[in-house]
Write a protein that binds this ligand. Structure first.
Ligand code: PHE
Length: 507
């Protein structure tokens, strides 16, 4: 019986340790012959976790109601288009003036292939396209290291890989590895270094066509001119460009990556459609969650009026830092756990340009420029190539860099971001700008965080009260996952909660 339940994902199996249990969505048929029926569930928060909870429970006929404090669903999954407005906690109100077809994903913007997010896109019929996370033609620019001009990723890689290969080959030649690997393996290592660093039979880096060309190769008679001069090893290491290479090795950030066609909010839009608008109340700010012996009462305000909603269960799918400020009777251990979830900051600015000069002048079609400036990253759009207008993410920064930008007025944010970008791209970065919109999550009402850090991870003892029900109240959100700051975390946390709740209702 247990083994069968395990196979159905209804009971833990030994093999499943460390692995996500296979998720089996609740079905109406699960209630047949059990004398049980679907319960009434109130879900606090209409972000990805809350929407997914309602969507999955809805498959078995649960009577779900979502209470969402903001005026739209999606939570941090927010795609900004022309006409969208936002009021931040400092009182800055912005309305986006982006033209038709231009958008900025202010929250999530990229999806790794392995994440469950891709399964939901498939199931919900949300078309996806490649999101270019790394591009050999994008730039690296470390002003603090004394760089006066940006260098292309491909050039920086050729130089760093070239010199590292040369040095390792030399060390090998001097016998430095004799006690580490056999002579035969040293030969194999040298073979690898020759191709990895393009260092030739002399095992010396003298530049490479991999650096790129100042004149591209073309027809006969035009072999092209390789980019020069080649900097010394010392100059290359001093520039610090090598620090950015490992990003794309990460399990979460390696190409290929994907995005929904037309904007990341196609995902919450599809979930909202499936759940049904009549089950979702926006502008409903929860004031109190009361767990009782036989049910849960949620008190909320909507346009100045106070309402209560009674249900059999509650799923708290709002940010932990917000729940920590909401009254509840879930006990001090729950409260301590919520307070131990530290909110983080992140911000982005969308810069819409009158033309796509990064494509025409720089040959950059998507990807990211990395810098040590306070804008951190510049994202080029992975959609609309060769169109008339285009939209760059002019900063995507975190921590104090994000908070410092947030303290400025939207106009000052734009000015500062543009002044930084000009250092990399020149005057067109200013002269071709049409309009901008900036967004900061720590300063966004009802969210007040870009993501959260949980010391010791979500399974640390202090968070245990959030990983099970507190009476009839369950918790869900990306913060309760090993994929914090990813929709995958919200999806899988919601699935875990749905499975636990459904199992209890069936028992
Ligand atoms: N998922 C977010 C992003 O890809 C935040 C994040 C960044 C998470 C880097 C992990 C690593 O930008």
């Amino acid at each position: 019986m247990l083994a069968t339940m395990g196979a159905l994902g209804l009971a833990p199996t030994a093999e499943a340790a460390g692995r996500e249990p296979v998720f089996r969505a609740p079905r109406a048929g699960d209630f047949t012959l059990r004398g049980k029926g679907a319960a009434k569930v109130v879900i606090v928060g209409g972000g990805i976790a809350g929407l997914t909870t309602a969507y999955e429970l809805g498959k078995a006929g649960y009577d779900c109601t979502i209470l969402e404090a903001r005026d739209r669903t999606g939570g941090r999954n927010f795609t900004v288009r022309g006409g969208d407005t936002n009021l931040d906690l400092y009182g800055n109100r912005q309305t986006a003036r982006f033209s038709d077809g231009q958008y900025m994903n202010a929250g999530p913007g990229r999806i790794p292939q392995w994440m469950v997010t891709m399964d939901y896109c498939r199931e919900l019929g949300v078309p996806v396209e490649v999101f270019t996370n790394s591009n050999a033609n994008a730039y690296l620019f470390n002003e603090k290291a004394g760089m006066t001009a940006p260098v292309r990723y491909r050039t920086a890689k050729a130089d760093v890989y070239g010199y590292v290969s040369e040095l390792l080959a030399k060390a090998t030649g001097k016998g430095a590895l004799d006690s580490e690997i056999t002579a035969e393996d040293q030969e194999r290592l040298l073979e690898f270094l020759k191709s990895f660093g393009d260092i030739g039979s002399k095992l010396t880096y003298t530049g490479s066509e991999r650096r790129g060309y100042s004149v591209d190769p073309a027809a006969a008679g035009t072999p092209g001119i390789e980019l020069g001069p080649v900097p010394s090893a010392s100059e290359v290491f001093a520039s610090g460009v090598g620090r950015y290479f490992s990003f794309e090795f990460g399990y979460d950030q390696a190409m290929l990556m994907f995005q929904p066609v037309g904007g990341m909010d196609r995902i919450p839009a599809a979930l909202t459609r499936e759940v049904g608008k009549r089950r979702i109340r926006t502008g409903a700010v929860v004031q109190k969650i009361t767990d009782k012996a036989h049910g849960v009462t949620v008190t909320y305000t909507e346009q100045g009026r106070t309402h209560t909603l009674d249900a059999d269960y509650c799923v708290a799918a709002l940010p932990p830092n917000i729940l920590a400020k909401t009254s509840h009777n879930l006990g001090p251990a729950v409260q301590s756990a919520l307070e131990a979830c530290t909110p983080s900051s992140a911000g982005k600015i969308g810069l819409e340009y009158r033309n796509r000069w990064w494509e025409s002048d720089h040959r950059i079609y998507g990807g990211i420029t990395e810098t040590d400036l306070d804008l951190a990253h510049i994202w080029y759009p992975s959609y609309g190539h060769h169109g008339k207008r285009g939209l760059i993410v002019g900063y995507y920064n975190t921590g104090s860099q994000a908070d410092n930008y947030a303290k400025l007025t939207p106009r000052e944010r734009e000015e500062r971001a543009v002044a930084q970008g000009v250092k990399i791209h020149g005057e067109k970065y200013r002269s071709e700008l049409a309009t901008s919109f900036s967004h900061h999550w720590r300063q966004t009402p009802h969210l007040e965080a870009s993501w959260h850090s949980l010391s010791g991870g979500p399974d640390a003892p202090v968070f245990a009260p959030l990983n099970k029900a507190a009476g009839r109240v369950y918790f869900a959100g990306d913060y309760l996952s090993y994929a914090d700051a990813w929709q995958h975390g919200a999806f899988t946390s919601a699935r875990k909660t749905v499975a636990a709740l459904h199992e209890r209702v069936l028992a």
